[in-house]
Design a protein around this ligand. Structure first.
Ligand SMILES: Nc1nc2c(ncn2[C@@H]2O[C@H](COP(=O)(O)OP(=O)(O)OP(=O)(O)O)[C@@H](O)[C@H]2O)c(=O)[nH]1
Ligand SMILES: [Mg+2]
Length: 285
């Protein structure tokens, strides 16, 4: 009997959820950053291995909300946990032992699904310093060193419900290309803009012409204040140009096609705190 089900990658911000999703799928689907809170919306990655099909959801980090966007992020993370057949609860190995997920997520009840605790970033701990983990429900991985991934899939796969595959085994994503295009512009913003500025950036795809050669994409880069506009554009347009180039390369890698990416910078005042703006940007609660 085949097995198929959803696996939520859950944990605090910056523990390596998105990096692990990408390592498991073998494709750069989810944006990654050394800065916390880079993931705002769930990213789904599909993996079919033998008679098991994994529907992974990388979700925002479990945080204590400070403003409306945070509430949307937390709600998405909690929904992923509630909907999951199996929960992969990530925690960095250098910070072993992990507190209970229930505590980190501030849940009133224990989640319904079985939990596998995944200690991440194992490459940061010398083998002789590594704590021993419970083999029954704890796994040590390094997404960067590609270590422990088979072991992790064995642990998760054994907990998936029996049932037919939901997707074609060749598929790896469920979300539209324009979603990934917008995310990659945001990832470039995390790479090229400093300090708090990436948190003020939201991206909307205005036009996506897949039939065109090269594929034509026009995106709007929203920021929150007029004073941020100059920084994002840069001297003589240098910064926005670099941002566009970095994002274009990422989109081309996923699409396997040449892309013409046009970026426009606009102000959407305090969009992170404004319900209507959040909705418009796809951050609906
Ligand atoms: N050394 C090392 N660094 C890692 C590993 N996995 C992730 N990282 C780094 O940890 C940082 C955060 O990674 P992300 O994958 O963005 O973490 P996340 O949990 O998705 O973060 P949020 O989406 O912000 O909640 C990045 O700088 C990654 O490169 C790993 O296995 N080893
Ligand atoms: Mg992430």
């Amino acid at each position: 009997m085949p097995r198929c089900g959803t696996v939520a990658l859950a944990g605090r911000p910056n523990v390596g959820k998105s990096t692990l999703l990408n390592a498991l799928i073998g494709e750069h689907l989810a944006i990654v950053s050394p800065k916390p809170q880079s993931t705002r919306l769930p990213v789904v990655g599909l993996l079919t291995r033998g008679d098991a099909q994994f529907i992974f959801t990388d979700s925002p980090g479990l945080l204590v909300p400070e403003y409306p966007l945070h509430h949307v992020m937390r709600a998405a993370a909690l929904r992923a946990i509630a909907d999951a057949d199996v929960i992969a609860y990530l925690h960095p190995l250098p910070e072993h032992p992990a507190p209970h997920l229930q505590e980190v997520a501030r849940l009133e009840h224990r989640p319904r699904a079985p939990i596998v605790t995944v200690y991440t970033k194992a490459d940061l701990v010398t083998p002789s310093d590594r704590p021993t983990v419970r083999p029954s429900d704890e796994v040590v991985v390094s997404a960067v060193a590609k270590e422990g991934l088979d072991n992790l899939l064995d642990a998760l796969g054994g907990r998936l419900p029996e049932g037919p595959f939901h997707y074609d085994p060749d598929e790896m994503a469920t979300q539209p290309l324009r979603f990934f295009a917008a995310e990659f512009v945001r990832e470039a913003a995390f790479e090229l803009l400093h300090e708090e500025l990436p948190y003020s950036v939201a991206v909307e795809i205005d036009e996506f012409r897949e039939g065109a050669t090269p594929v034509y994409i026009r995106a709007i880069v929203y920021i929150e204040r007029e004073s941020q506009k100059g920084i994002v554009i840069g001297e003589g347009g240098r910064t926005i140009k670099a941002l566009g180039q970095a994002a274009r390369t990422k989109i081309e890698t996923l699409l396997g096609q040449h892309v013409f990416l046009e970026l426009h910078v606009k102000v959407l005042p305090k969009w992170r705190r404004h319900e209507a703006s959040l909705k418009r940007l796809g951050y609906a609660s």
